[in-house]
Design a protein around this ligand. Structure first.
Ligand code: PXP
Length: 239
């Protein structure tokens, strides 16, 4: 099973000061050294974290799968077809949301999504649709020509106890249904060091796409060393 690391939130920290650090491109390099099979970035319409420059630089050097998450808009399709990442994952996008809140409403936006898939396919890029663990959305995704779906695990991730078990069963059934229709199946959103095992145990999943928990852990496991190095500099200067 593949792991795709989403480095958006390294860019979130950078954008908090509008400067140049931390650089998501450098973070991607380290994630690759750590053994990731892919790098994901979500270029949002409002550019709140990842910038066009990040995407261009990643395209130049990332030797593993570069997955571009984006809304199915004219602007984004233009960027994707020019840049040619290894995979495009279409996601719903609302300006006011903190993060992607749910899967695509494939039924209501069928024509728009189908046209987007076609334009992206025309330049030879495979497409994944981010969908809820819902049979109808998966069947429709296959009908409109996607290569893969990414099953939304956010509800599972936020639920507890019996509710979480119920959502896990929904995901297992959805993965089975997607495989039966002939789609490749990924999963992601909200996965962390405590809840990933049950999802990673589902047979047939191609890859997991994980961002926030990995960036969060990186901040904590790197803190001790970062402080030690700063203390060392101050000590040297005042010696
Ligand atoms: N997959 C998709 C389609 C997403 O939109 C996101 C969030 O950008 C992720 C996976 C990663 O989610 P998280 O940051 O919660 O791990």
């Amino acid at each position: 099973m593949l792991l795709g690391v989403n480095v958006d939130h390294v860019a979130t920290i950078r954008q908090a000061r509008g400067g140049i650090e931390p650089d998501p491109v450098m973070a991607a390099t380290l994630a690759i050294l750590g053994g990731t099979d892919g790098i994901t970035v979500h270029l949002r319409e409002d550019r709140r974290h990842i910038q066009d420059r990040d995407l261009k630089m990643l395209k130049e050097f990332v030797p593993v799968e570069l997955n571009l998450e984006m809304a199915a808009t004219k602007e984004m399709i233009g960027i994707a077809t020019k840049l040619k990442p290894d995979l495009v994952t279409l996601v719903p996008e609302k300006r006011e949301e903190l993060t992607t809140e749910g899967g695509l409403d494939v039924t209501s936006h069928k024509r728009n999504i189908r046209d987007a898939i076609k334009k992206i396919h025309d330049v030879g890029i495979p497409v994944s649709l981010f969908v809820n663990p819902d049979f109808e959305a998966i069947t429709l995704s296959k009908q409109i020509g996607t290569d893969m779906v990414e099953i939304h695990t956010g509800i599972y991730a936020n639920a507890k106890g019996k509710e979480q078990e119920k959502e896990l069963t929904r995901i297992i059934n959805a993965v089975g249904h997607a495989l039966d229709t002939g789609l490749a199946v990924n999963a992601g959103h909200g996965l962390n060091y405590f809840n990933v095992t049950k999802i990673a145990s589902i047979q047939g999943i191609r890859g997991l796409y994980i961002g926030h928990s990995i960036v969060s852990k990186a901040v904590l496991v790197g803190m001790e060393r970062a402080v030690r190095e700063m203390k060392e500099l101050i000590k040297e200067a005042t010696r």
